[in-house]
Design a protein around this ligand. Structure first.
Ligand code: NAD
Ligand code: UDP
Length: 337
């Protein structure tokens, strides 16, 4: 299929491009490089030896989208372009709604004009909010506790209403758990611009000597070791879920959410211990207060993705930490070298 990938130069997008091309899909990227660098696509090109059509532009720019739709004529869109920092979303709510909600709306208008009726959307487990039960399945109530989470839920609702009103349209809503890890080549990985918000890139920066110590946000949760538990998923497994979603969207209609996780929860201490195994040195940690808005534990029931998309995660925790360490140690300053 011809697949337009918005935000394709980002962390998850870049890994997905490689998996799409490996399965024979033709790809085109639209990215404004607000959180990426063109070096990413150079690396994806050399790793794949393939052709990537690419446009520099904002997903809220209707004229640019019309141009891309006319030139590339996508049969499906994977919509990664968006903002993702929970803390920042509280400080800049209008900016988050503008990019994440208006961006999605503008894209849907352009798709409708061009007759493109398949979209795979980057949603998040954060749409569920405080767990009523675990593991979360897709029927779990949605009650996001941040602007970021609400922006994702609103976009999901818009996509659902669009499919209800558009014959043959499909929206695959992928609710990601915690993506970590890097490509096996160590050429692609997560490259946060500022101090990392997320656990894994922070640990990796401590290991490589860029940060002194990891602060563990809370040791008094109701979990086996007192630290927060999450469902970490290797970014290559996540990328492959998008390829499975593209295959599903070929014949499916309507909107359907899918949890994309492993179902295996790990604590902050488990992650530190696994990273120490990968890099062969101790990771300095210090205990800190709980981070506002954090929940104690979460994990996915990904049974629906297993049966309906024919997708399962295959990478274990050691593969996640080893690939992160290979990427971080070979690229201590990310894509800058
Ligand atoms: P990322 O920041 O690495 O990638 C996003 C890409 O979109 C970047 O290349 C950025 O330059 C681009 N972009 C941002 N705003 C844009 C705009 N207005 N127009 C065009 N391009 C724009 O993030 P990621 O981790 O790869 O996440 C991709 C998507 O997955 C996001 O929508 C994010 O909310 C969602 N998601 C991420 C996680 C995670 O933990 N990484 C978890 C759940 C959901
Ligand atoms: N965490 C931590 N120190 C950090 C960053 C994260 O202890 O510097 C913890 C956080 O409290 C949570 C887990 O690690 O329990 C995963 O956090 P992350 O921000 O990576 O993901 P999210 O909160 O979005 O699930």
């Amino acid at each position: 299929m011809r697949v337009l990938v918005t935000g394709g130069a980002g962390y998850i997008g870049s890994h997905t491009l490689l998996e799409l091309m490996a399965q024979g899909h033709e790809v085109c990227v639209l990215d404004n490089y607000s959180n990426a660098t063109p070096e990413v696509l150079s690396r994806v090109r050399s790793l794949s030896n393939g052709v990537i059509h690419d446009y520099v532009g904002d997903v809220r720019d209707a004229d640019k989208l019309d141009e891309v739709m006319q030139d590339f004529q996508p049969e499906a869109v994977i919509h990664f372009a968006g903002l993702k920092a929970v803390g920042e979303s509280t400080e800049k709510p209008l900016y988050y709604y503008d990019v994440n909600v208006r961006g999605t709306l503008t894209l849907l208008h352009a798709m409708t004009k061009a007759g493109c009726k398949r979209i795979i959307f980057s949603s998040s487990a954060t749409v569920y909010g405080e767990p009523v039960y675990l593991p979360y399945d897709e029927a779990h109530p949605t009650n996001p506790t941040s602007v970021y989470g609400r922006s994702k839920l609103i976009a999901e609702q818009i996509l659902t209403d669009w499919t209800a009103a558009t014959p043959d349209a499909t929206a695959v809503l992928l609710r990601y758990f915690n993506p970590v890890g890097a490509h096996a080549s160590a050429q692609l990985g997560e490259d946060p611009k500022d101090i990392p918000n997320n656990l894994m890139p922070f640990i990796a920066q401590v290991a490589v000597g860029k940060r002194d110590a990891l602060q563990i946000f809370g040791g008094d949760y109701d979990t086996p070791d007192g630290t927060g538990q999450r469902d970490y998923i290797h970014v290559v497994d996540l990328a492959r879920a998008h390829v499975a979603a593209i295959d599903y969207a070929e014949t499916a209609t309507g909107a359907r959410p899918f949890n994309i996780g492993t179902g295996q929860p790990y604590s902050v201490r488990d992650m530190v211990a696994a990273f120490e195994r990968a890099c062969g040195k101790p990771i300095a940690t210090k205990m800190a207060a709980r981070r506002a808005g954090d929940i104690a534990a979460m994990q996915a029931d990904s049974g629906r993705a297993n049966t309906e998309l024919g997708w399962t995660a295959t990478h274990d925790l050691d593969a996640m930490t080893a690939s992160t360490w290979a990427w971080q140690s070979k690229n201590p300053n990310g894509y800058e070298g």
